[in-house]
Design a protein around this ligand. Structure first.
Ligand SMILES: Cc1ncc(C[n+]2csc(CCOP(=O)(O)OP(=O)(O)O)c2C)c(N)n1
Ligand code: SF4
Length: 262
């Protein structure tokens, strides 16, 4: 069914072999399909980046906007016509570097959007510069001796800024990711789903995950279920090379742009 949402006239796509973005697009279209949204009522929005090319491959109305501004455009669409379902695809650079201010304020306003961030730890499209999520010690063209700055935890940032639904999964967790997107779409207000995913080309080859399979294994082995961590660990945070996955928050703070409240 989800193939019906794809623009086959745009194929072949630009993604490198083994890129994680295709898996994530698949999961989001599966979620849209399962939830039963109509194509005429659904709009996809993105900024610029490999991840942000996603709406170009989807048959609905879509906006491929300027770098970092996806959430500003999506807010405009939603506030002009709250009956539309608006889904944003973004990258870690697009969302949290040039678009960082839009991100925190969209969470604060709790606008009724579903935002999927393909976090590959890097600026993929422009050849591998470090982003605000590049882990400490990892190599990029702008951190040739290893990144030294503490990375953002995008999911925790969204929770702190006020989003109503926040989850994190990886491109390995296909079923859990699809369900999280459905849960986010069903939650009124700002839904944020961070997906850690492989970029074998710009990040992997500089950080010992040249093969897509090695990168996916790394994501699988580094992910700790949040529920389990909360139950069993006495530490505040997981070790530096691990991260939590799961649902971080689902709540009902005041929202903007929900159809029946408009
Ligand atoms: C105003 C502006 N600044 C910089 C760029 C160059 N640029 C294009 S994509 C990109 C980074 C994309 O990184 P990310 O959002 O992490 O997406 P990825 O390509 O990794 O999916 C940059 C800096 C641009 N297009 N416009
Ligand atoms: S550069 Fe990285 S993110 Fe971009 S298409 Fe290639 S593998 Fe995917």
């Amino acid at each position: 069914m989800r193939d019906e949402w794809l623009r086959s006239d745009r194929l072949p796509h630009i993604y490198c072999a083994g890129c994680g973005n295709g898996t994530i697009i698949n999961c989001v279209l599966e979620a849209v399909d399962q939830i039963g949204w109509e194509m005429d009522d659904t709009v996809f929005v993105s900024g610029i980046g490999c991840s942000s090319r996603a709406p170009g491959y989807i048959l609905t109305d879509s906006l491929h906007t300027t770098h970092g501004r996806a959430l500003a455009f999506a807010t405009g669409v939603k506030m002009a016509k709250p009956s539309l379902h608006v889904v944003v695809f973004t990258g870690d650079g697009d969302l949290s570097a040039i678009g960082g201010n839009h991100f925190i304020h969209a969470c604060r306003r709790n606008i009724d959007l579903t935002v999927v961030c393909m976090n590959n730890y890097i600026y993929g499209m422009t050849g591998g510069q470090g982003s605000p999520t590049t882990p400490i010690g990892k190599t990029s063209t702008t951190t040739p001796y290893g990144a030294e700055e503490t990375p953002f935890d995008l999911a925790e940032l969204a929770v702190a800024a006020g989003a109503n639904y926040v989850a994190r999964w990886t491109s390995y967790h296909v079923k859990r990711l699809t369900q999280a997107v459905i849960d986010g779409m069903n939650t009124p207000g700002f839904s944020f789903i961070e997906v850690r995913c492989q970029c074998p080309t710009s990040y992997g080859r500089r950080n010992k995950y040249r093969q897509p399979g090695d990168f996916v294994s790394y994501l699988r082995d580094s992910a700790i279920l949040k529920e389990q961590w909360d139950r069993t660990s006495h530490l505040d945070e997981p070790p530096q090379d691990k991260f939590l996955v799961g649902e971080f928050v689902r709540r009902s703070r005041p929202v903007m742009g929900v159809p029946h409240e408009a």
